[in-house]
Design a protein around this ligand. Structure first.
Ligand SMILES: C=CC1=C(C)c2cc3[nH]c(cc4nc(cc5[nH]c(cc1n2)c(C)c5CCC(=O)O)C(CCC(=O)O)=C4C)c(C)c3C=C
Ligand SMILES: [Fe+2]
Ligand SMILES: [Fe+2]
Length: 337
């Protein structure tokens, strides 16, 4: 492959921060969702099935069926500013820029679709950044998310001559700043409800169970977040029962359990009437929280006999969430700013 021309940049010793999230379609229509799913589900970090077996299934079956269903789901949560994930990630980067001031230049990128990591890393270089912190906003490490974002950085590195110094944000699933931000933010949202929940469900994105046996720390990271949150809630809300679940199952393989939708129905069957659900693994609200939890989760729970249901917002660009991001960024930038 031919090496692309380097940007004619004069590095100035500036510091850059690239906030990264997963990525989302550019529009809630079948074609845009198909482009997104094709890129996302072709990543060998996401679907760990040999290419020769997986690509015919992806192209022959999945990309002919799922985009229609997913486009409908996206259309239910699409906002004036576009996809919620895109709009919120952009707002987080802006708010972090305001908090860091002249100390660093903050941009945002998506692992899939746009704005691409390649383009945004180039933009930071063009703005004179000699040191860049790449910050994938995943509290829990997984091969499918954190490592995949770092793959994109590696690809970018390989195709450039002049490189900045680079740091990456480690997972922060057990960081007191993260646990504290979640606890404070959830406490505020629960206090604003018009009912007192019996159960707080902590729903994390699922992964194939096999990844746990292969040594991916994702499951353990999620469990630890739940344990640390449970310690906080035991003090502040002694009557609230915390339950950990995994959502968004995809494909036929066994995924991490228990599954969020199954547990919602089981809880209602056991007589639980009032549930709040939160998704601590998502730094921004997205299809998986707004459609799968807030819309379908509510329907499932109420159809099974529950009477009160609320889905809490993610940390997003709120004060707690931005306080967390500023703390994490300043820590990683220490010695640079
Ligand atoms: C094999 C399939 C998938 C794995 C593994 C997976 C892991 C994973 N995903 C997230 C975060 C998000 N996923 C989102 C959407 C989404 N995820 C999958 C499949 C896998 N995810 C699909 C097919 C989709 C697209 C939507 C759909 O068709 O259902 C999103 C939301 C994106 C948005 O546009 O709003 C996020 C965020 C994590 C954290 C993770 C592993 C830990
Ligand atoms: Fe996903
Ligand atoms: Fe989903």
């Amino acid at each position: 492959m031919e090496r692309p021309a380097d940007h004619p940049v004069v590095l100035t010793g500036k510091v850059g921060v690239l906030v990264v999230n997963l990525g989302t379609p550019d529009a809630p229509d079948v074609n845009a969702v198909k482009r997104y799913l094709k890129e996302f589900l072709s990543d060998p970090r996401v679907v760990e099935i040999p290419k020769l077996i997986w690509q015919p299934i992806l192209r022959g079956i999945i990309l002919n069926t799922r985009p229609k269903k997913s486009a409908h789901a996206y259309s239910q949560v699409w906002s004036e500013d576009g996809s919620p994930l895109a709009a919120i990630t952009k707002a987080q980067a802006r708010a972090l820029q305001a908090r860091l001031g002249d100390a660093a230049i903050v941009r945002h990128a998506m692992r899939y679709q746009s704005p691409s990591m390649e383009k945004e890393l180039d933009a930071l270089l063009a703005e004179g950044c000699e040191r860049i912190l790449v910050a994938p906003l995943y509290p829990h490490y997984s091969g499918a998310t954190t490592a995949s974002a770092l793959d994109a950085v590696a690809d970018w590195i390989k195709a450039r001559r002049r490189l900045p110094a680079l740091r990456t944000l480690p997972p922060y699933h057990d960081d007191p700043a993260y646990i504290g931000a979640l606890h404070a933010d959830m406490t505020r949202q629960i206090a604003a409800l018009d009912f007192a929940p019996e159960v707080l469900m902590l729903s994390y994105h699922g992964m194939p169970e096999r990844t746990l046996f292969l040594g991916d720390p994702y499951h353990c990271h999620c469990r630890k977040t739940s344990r640390l949150l449970a310690e906080r809630f035991a003090q502040s809300h002694p009557d609230l029962r915390l339950v950990t679940t995994f959502q968004s199952r995809f494909g036929r393989a066994k995924w991490l359990e228990p599954a969020t939708d199954t547990v919602l129905v089981e809880e209602a069957g056991k007589g639980t009437k009032r549930v709040v659900i939160a998704a601590p693994g998502f730094s921004a609200d997205c299809l998986e929280t707004l459609e799968e939890l807030a819309i379908r989760g509510k329907e499932d729970f109420e159809a099974a006999g529950g009477t009160h249901f609320a889905a809490l917002e993610c940390l997003n660009a709120g004060a707690e969430g931005m306080g967390l991001l500023e703390t994490l960024a300043r820590r990683e930038l220490s010695g640079w700013i």
